[in-house]
Design a protein. Sequence first.
Length: 178
Amino acid sequence: MAQARVALALCVLLVHGVARRAEAVSYNVGNSAGWDLSADIPSWVDGKTFYVGDVLVFQYSKYNTLDEVDEAGFGNCSAANALLSRSDGNTTVPLTAPGDRYFICGNQLYCLGGMKLHVLVNLPPAPAGAPQANPVAAPGPSTDDAGMPGLFFGGSHQTTVGPVLVTWMFAVAAVLFV
Ligand SMILES: *[C@@H]1O[C@H](CO)[C@@H](O)[C@H](O)[C@H]1NC(C)=O
Ligand SMILES: *[C@@H]1O[C@H](CO)[C@@H](O)[C@H](O)[C@H]1NC(C)=O
């Protein structure tokens, strides 16, 4: 009986891990303000974790452009060597690979005023049972798995800790008290 409960608990944990990976998130940059000088882009990006497969949607007026640049262009607000330049007002950017992406408004004054966005794209958490992928281009903050039950979540990221931990505690409670 107890064994059946443990098996059930483990199934719940597995489903959790797989479900998180399947979600690709579409982000509307700047929320209702959009890609605009009035949007507080640093606050918007704060606390978000981006994964390969997620999508950024930039919506902006004719006074703005969307330029993807390198780190130097991001630093000096120069779109001179832009990798991508759009002015259609509605640009979808798929995050197809791990690493850093830099976006600015081509109007340098707006960029200097805060219309600039840096995102670090992470590899998705490794699927259950798969060999753990090396976190590419993620210097530093992906080592926050310490203290997690290590069963299935090699490579899992901070954002999975909450729900997984809750599920785990429920599972343990079910085994112990029912
Ligand atoms: C700004 O950075 C770009 C690299 O994207 C470089 O080509 C350009 O010379 C820099 N401009 C200034 C004024 O430093
Ligand atoms: C923006 O483009 C997407 C497709 O890329 C479309 O589904 C969406 O309706 C467009 N939104 C606006 C406000 O034009």
